[in-house]
Write a protein that binds this ligand. Structure first.
Ligand code: GAR
Length: 182
């Protein structure tokens, strides 16, 4: 199973997907980022993976940017497109073209807290549980069919930083496993 991984930042999920590749049932054939400063670019290099860098700021519309992405994906024709901390909303046409093939991981127990600042929102709400969700991408933001969800307890001394770390640790474990079982 050939996959392409999209990221925008630190890339801990990318790293974990790459580290687990040999023992699991997928092959990362390329990576993609919209952010020329993303640490995931170096991670890709370390694993000898070709990383396509396309700075969205150089495009005057989301659609034009996503048209380039579509050309890139059509050349590779992956089985799945894996979003791992990819912080751009995809245009409807791209989601339709790759229907049921784009997977996202989102740091909340969806349908709670779609969008940004999920750890802060869970803390402010006084939630006892928080977690992460792996789901198919549809044209509704963070609302596609759920593939896997896993929770952790929020401790009284948890902060945005501690939750970020705990959730990423959980994601780094379950994302590769879940991809392998697609
Ligand atoms: C992850 O926690 C992921 O769930 C989140 O960004 C983080 C990326 O971490 N994704 C989103 O918020 C998407 N809406 P990473 O760069 O270390 O993998």
């Amino acid at each position: 199973m050939n996959i392409v991984v999209f990221f925008s930042g630190t890339g801990t999920n990318l790293q974990s997907i790459l580290q687990n590749e040999k023992k699991l049932n997928y092959k990362v054939i390329s990576t993609f980022t919209n952010n020329p400063d993303a640490s995931g670019i170096d991670i890709s290099k370390n694993f000898n993976i070709d990383c396509k860098i396309l700075d969205h700021k150089k495009f005057d519309s989301r659609e034009k940017f996503d048209e380039e992405i579509n050309i890139y994906l059509q050349k590779l024709n992956p089985d799945y497109v894996i979003l791992a901390g990819y912080m751009r909303i995809l245009s409807n046409f791209l989601v339709e073209k790759w229907k049921q093939k784009i997977i996202n991981i989102h740091p909340s127990l969806l349908p709670k807290y779609p969008g940004l600042n999920t750890h802060e929102r869970a803390l402010l709400a006084g939630d006892k549980l928080h977690g992460t969700t792996i789901h198919y991408v549809t044209s509704d933001l963070d609302a596609g069919p759920i593939i896997r969800q896993q929770s952790i307890e929020i401790e009284p001394d948890d902060t945005i930083e501690s939750l970020t770390e705990k959730i990423k640790k959980l994601e780094n474990k379950i994302y590769p496993e879940t991809i392998s079982n697609l």
